[in-house]
Design a protein around this ligand. Structure first.
Ligand code: UFG
Length: 340
């Protein structure tokens, strides 16, 4: 069974391609490589021992995307990762985010319909919950106005999928996966996060600091109403997160879902503060991290973590990798990158 993976050369996409192949599916990658690198394909080859078909196509390009569906008959489901994902950049370039993130979904949905492909897994984000009133957040926790255009595109895409599946003649079945904070790398250290320029995210910033590429980590605020004053997040190993996609694809192909579109949180169900992550990294790497406490970062949610019960009960999905092991894998990946 072929599974089309848009953004399959990206961070989460590439780990999911590995898990799909190892579960016996035939992943087919579509990626425009604006925020991913060709070296990922070599990493996939090293892990899987074979090439994964890859089309350098932008999902907004309808003719090119049609071409992929024509050349790859028998696609059973699509996993749609391809999107812009930098919160700060989305504030500076909102139109680019609306055009790319919603535009690519619209084109994909049209082409899927034309080719009779009915199953879609969509990459959503816990950002749709905004600043929640209570923790942990369940899938029934009301969404709040998004704090960035990026977050708004995720909310809009969820709505687009719901409305498309609800149309009278629609055959679309969707699973919306709301990711918490993915971290870490493949155990082989052949795949991992490849941030362009200065990382926005905590863990690549930590590993680059430990590797001497950055002077110090600045922790954005220590005066939040959390156990140690720093923000709380739900950090999930990227390989575990990838596994949630396999469970979602299976569920779509089995056609057992009572609703056309289902939503799942994908997190560990545990929150950790930024300081806890720093100290866990120090333990995992055996290094001391140079860090300072700085001012709060605009738009940061003080605390959020997942209620992971629905994913466990319905998808049979639970995470397996500890925070310590996740950070150890991130550090191994950083060391591999340093070796060139
Ligand atoms: N942090 C620091 N210093 C840094 C970087 C991050 O203290 O240099 C802190 C942040 O303030 C936050 C935590 O580390 O408390 C995690 O920050 P990330 O930027 O790694 O992740 P976010 O939770 O802010 O954002 C992530 C995804 C976004 C998504 C968001 C909500 O990166 O794409 O979750 O879903 F929108």
């Amino acid at each position: 069974m072929k599974i089309l993976v848009t953004g399959g050369a990206g961070y989460i996409g590439s780990h999911t391609v590995v898990e799909l192949a190892e579960a016996g599916y035939e992943p087919v990658i579509v990626d425009n490589f604006v925020n991913s690198q060709e070296s990922v394909l070599a990493g996939l080859r090293a892990i899987l021992g074979r090439d994964v078909p890859c089309y350098r196509v932008d999902c907004i390009d309808r003719a090119a995307l049609r071409g992929v569906f024509e050349k790859e008959p028998g696609i059973g489901a699509v996993i749609h990762f391809a999107a812009f994902k930098a919160v700060g950049e989305s504030v500076r370039k909102p139109l680019a985010y609306f055009e790319n993130n919603t535009g690519s979904l619209l084109t994909l949905l049209e082409v899927m319909r034309e080719f009779g492909v009915e199953n879609l897994v969509f990459s959503s984000s816990c950002t749709v919950y905004g600043i929640p009133d209570a923790l942990p957040v369940t899938e029934l926790t009301p969404t709040k106005p998004a704090s960035s255009p990026y977050g708004r595109t995720k909310q809009m895409c969820e709505d687009i999928i719901h409305d498309t599946a609800a149309a009278p003649d629609a055959h679309l079945r969707g699973i919306l996966l709301r990711y918490f904070n993915p971290i870490g790398a493949h155990a082989s250290a052949r795949l991992g996060e490849l941030p362009l320029g200065v990382p926005n995210n905590l863990v690549p910033f930590i590993t680059q600091t430990a590797a001497g590429l950055r002077d110090k980590l600045t922790i954005f605020g220590s005066d939040y109403a959390t156990p140690d004053g720093t923000n709380v997040r739900d950090y999930i190993h990227v390989g575990d997160l990838a596994q949630a996609h396999i469970a979602a694809v299976r569920r779509l192909l089995e056609r057992t879902a009572p609703e056309a579109v289902e939503t799942f949180n994908v997190g560990t169900g545990h929150g950790n503060t930024v300081l806890e992550v720093v100290h866990a990294f120090e333990q995992a790497s055996g290094l001391k991290l140079n860090y300072v406490i700085g001012p709060r970062r605009a738009g940061d949610v003080p605390a959020i973590y997942a209620d992971a019960i629905k994913a466990a009960q319905v998808l049979g999905f639970t995470t397996k990798t500890s925070l310590l092991d996740s950070l150890a894998s991130a550090w191994q990946w950083q060391l591999t990158l340093a070796d060139g």
